[in-house]
Design a protein around this ligand. Sequence first.
Ligand code: HXC
Length: 258
Amino acid sequence: MAYETIIVEIDDHVATITLNRPDALNALNSHLLQELAQALGELDSNDKVRCIIVTGSAKAFAAGADIKEMSEKSFVDMYLGDFFEPATEAVTRVRKPIIAAVAGYALGGGCELAMMCDFIIAAENAKFGQPEINLGVIAGIGGTQRLTRYVGKSKSMDMHLTGRFMDAEEAERAGLVSRIVPAKQLMDETKKAAEKIAEKSMLASIAAKQAVNRSYETTLTEGLLFERRLFHSLFATEDQKEGMAAFQEKRTAQFRDR
Ligand code: HXC
């Protein structure tokens, strides 16, 4: 499938979606969001793909929603159009693991998109921010909710109210990113992580993702119950037998998603 604002590549079991509006620092316009939603849906149902990477350029993961496209819109346009919703839904509906590989700016909707992925690997030059306040608006696709859950109220308020940027080190300290890598190695390191994930049983990967995500949605007691039920259910799989046999036989497990 040919896209105009993103590039989709599949290498072995890992798919990479590269946001590709370099002249606008990958600002998220409605065309890009629609293509991103479509690509994610296709990759999620492609049996060959076992892990997805979303990335941008060396200068910008994405500098936010497209301000030029938004600037003349009215309340009614935004309310009825709700044009960010399908993409947001599409990202969070994906069952396979998604890694955001972030170099440069991840601002506004760009930061929010990275946070919708399952985890973030940052290049040393990554900069995160929710600077919507400078435009007279606020985050609109999850920033106030997700950033707060990632980094806590104080830092989230600071980011949303001052509009300041957070560098990669601060983001790692605060728990927004899982690791920092040298900028030149961002894609190699992210692909290595994706390949590691791709080797696992997809049944266990999906269960792990669902269980971690459930911790955002429910009480500890309900979350623990949900986890335990998934844990028990994995004992109905051939992959559990294979994984535990391989450990005892001191060999690498060959998972078959069965
Ligand atoms: C449209 C953008 C853009 C954006 C950058 N550009 N960000 N266009 N929407 N969000 C364009 C610039 O207009 C410029 O195009 C080109 O990209 C290069 O940007 P420069 O500003 O010249 O680059 P630089 O000086 O290096 O500054 C980089 C930057 C700055 C700090 C990232 O561009 C910036 O502050 N961008 C806006 C960040 C922001 O406010 N994001 C939040 C958006 S609101 P031209 O044609 O002039 O060369 C949002 C809401 C989310 O995300 C909620 C969704 C519902």
